[in-house]
Design a protein around this ligand. Structure first.
Ligand code: NAD
Ligand code: ZN
Length: 251
């Protein structure tokens, strides 16, 4: 791993336009469980049963009870970890431009990144199925499940459920950022959920280097990515940044 940390620091030192693609794994050290991989909540539940839009529409109370309420609670307590703050530091150093995240937890913005594409939406806001009025999850009345709008309509999280379309604006901006970067950091994603999983390939085809940070191999490892730094995102990112700062001081 030490060799890859050094190599990543050197690649970052050379890069001028870094884009990060992040998934649930980056928030594991903040206490939010991923859907897949070890400790993922899908070892216990079937995602299609809970995270599909058809499941939500046919039984909103069940999906709120099992998935949404639990995630809102855990997100409400979570703080950015060294991986989130590391990406924010890369932005302040003028290296990183954009974070494309599949996460719905708002931790990149909390860490200080200013250009965050929330590819799969956010759990920070709820929207009424009937009148489309929006409200903040943090201040919504969630004691009654499913929670309701003042108009009586059922509230849904403003995320993209399986079976829903990604916002065209997010697709376009992500494709543009991926096609323009010279280095993509792919952090904590199993790269099986499309179209997000196709973003590293756009970067690679445009000539960018692709570096993965993940404790496990993914669909990208050995094909799309140049190399994988195996380990938890926070610890790896902290070591990469230490090495990078040493390198930049020497120059
Ligand atoms: P995933 O659940 O499919 O995969 C998680 C990945 O994280 C796995 O490859 C796993 O090996 C890796 N991982 C586990 N611990 C890690 C660590 N400490 N550091 C780095 N990587 C680690 O996640 P996904 O590919 O992002 O896709 C599932 C969908 O679930 C996403 O679209 C996202 O919207 C949603 N989701 C979001 C959150 C969140 O907002 N924090 C949490 C769970 C699921
Ligand atoms: Zn309403």
């Amino acid at each position: 791993m030490a060799d890859f940390i050094k190599r990543a620091a050197e690649d970052i030192a050379r890069a001028k336009n870094i884009v990060a693609l992040t998934g649930a794994g980056i928030s594991v050290e903040s206490g939010i469980p991923p859907f897949r991989g070890k400790g993922g909540i899908w070892e216990k539940f079937d995602p299609m049963e809970y995270a599909h839009i058809d499941a939500f529409l046919s039984n909103p109370a069940k999906v709120w009870q099992v998935l949404v309420k639990a995630l809102i609670d855990v997100i409400g307590r979570a703080k950015p970890n060294d991986a989130h703050t590391g990406l924010a530091r890369l932005e302040r150093m003028g290296k990183l431009t954009t974070v494309i995240t599949q996460n719905v937890d708002g931790l990149h913005q909390a860490a200080g990144n200013t250009d965050v594409i929330e590819y799969h939406g956010s759990f920070a806001r709820l929207r009424c199925l009937a009148c489309r009025t929006r409200c903040e999850s943090a201040t919504a009345e969630l004691s009654r499940i499913p929670p309701r709008c003042a108009c009586g309509g059922i509230l849904r999280p403003e995320c993209i459920f399986f079976g829903e379309m990604i916002a065209p604006e997010h697709l376009m901006r992500s494709g543009k950022a991926a096609g323009a970067c010279d280095l993509m950091l792919v952090v904590g994603t199993s790269a099986v959920v499309y179209p997000a999983a196709g973003i590293p390939e756009i970067a690679r085809n445009a000539g960018a280097k692709v570096i993965e940070i993940n404790p496990e191999k993914t669909e990208l490892t050995g094909s799309i990515s140049d190399y994988l730094i195996r380990g938890p995102a926070g610890r790896v990112m902290q070591q990469v940044l230490e090495q990078l700062e040493r390198l930049l001081q020497v120059r």
